[in-house]
Design a protein around this ligand. Structure first.
Ligand code: CNA
Length: 236
């Protein structure tokens, strides 16, 4: 167990967690940039092309083939990292989780204050009338999902490359990070902007990075742990 991390967690009252795909790999969901991540699987186009706004508009059927095949994991369960964060929130020592993940596992673990910078696979809307659809609706259909009310295309509430982040979500995340007395960054390559830029708002001296591989921000962190985050959190 990392004693410094444990001590800082014990002493902090306004922890904010900023995470990415690496938080869910121990739940069986592949990340993007690890050796066994999505960017290293063979597909007709690179993933960053397929999960872009332009591709969704142009080649919707191909988008959904990839999306259903590679991005939906309805049976994944929260791991020790998700569970510990929810526990800290219940205990009143965690302000918020800010996540780049779209899998909903923080909420499944019981977290309430979750800023989903890149949206969620659990919310889907008709592009015409705004009718809501759940993940099951996308899973059980084939081809392009269309609205049962008006027949227009249903789109996941996921921020695709080339789309803007939701202003209210960014505002909430900025607010939480700037009020944090400890910021734990975990399971993210910190390569995707503007999300990765939000950590600049933290001004304290308990900046912890828990990530398997190195990140561009390792040198500015007060504590760096290159281990599996589920394992690290299970020992806290
Ligand atoms: P990324 O760029 O794939 O980076 C993941 C990072 O996590 C890498 O640096 C890994 O070394 C590290 N990592 C992997 N497993 C672990 C582990 N068990 N413990 C600690 N570190 C680990 O992913 P980012 O989140 O940084 O990139 C942002 C993208 C990925 C966002 O737009 C997400 O929407 C997108 N994404 C999300 C999911 C999901 O919702 N679960 C899955 C795949 C991709």
């Amino acid at each position: 167990m990392n004693e410094t991390l444990k001590q800082w967690v014990d002493e902090s009252r306004r922890i904010v967690f900023f995470g990415g795909a690496g938080v869910s790999t121990e739940s069986g969901i592949p990340d993007f940039r690890s050796p066994d991540g999505l960017y290293n699987t063979k597909y007709k186009y690179p993933p960053e092309t397929i999960i872009s706004h332009g591709f969704f508009m142009r080649e919707t059927a191909e988008f959904y083939r990839f999306y259903r095949d590679k991005m939906l994991f309805p049976d994944a369960q929260p791991n020790a990292a998700h569970r510990k964060l929810a526990e800290w929130e219940r205990e009143g020592k965690l302000l918020a989780v800010v996540t780049q993940n779209i899998d909903g596992l923080h909420q499944a673990a019981g977290s309430k204050k979750v800023y989903e910078l890149h949206g969620s696979v659990h919310r889907n809307y008709c592009t015409h009338c705004g009718q809501f659809y759940d993940l099951d609706f996308i899973m059980k259909g084939e081809g392009i999902p269309v609205c049962e009310k008006c027949g227009h295309i249903v789109k996941p509430d996921v921020v695709l490359y080339g789309e803007n982040l939701d202003n209210d979500v960014i505002q909430g995340a900025c607010d939480a990070i700037s009020h944090a007395d400890m910021l734990i960054i975990g399971g993210t390559s910190l390569a995707v902007y503007p999300a990765a830029g939000l950590i600049d708002l933290y001004r304290g001296h308990r900046l912890v990075l828990v990530n398997l591989s190195q990140t561009p921000q390792d040198s500015r962190a007060d504590l760096v742990i290159h281990e599996r985050i589920g394992q690290v959190f299970s020992e806290l």
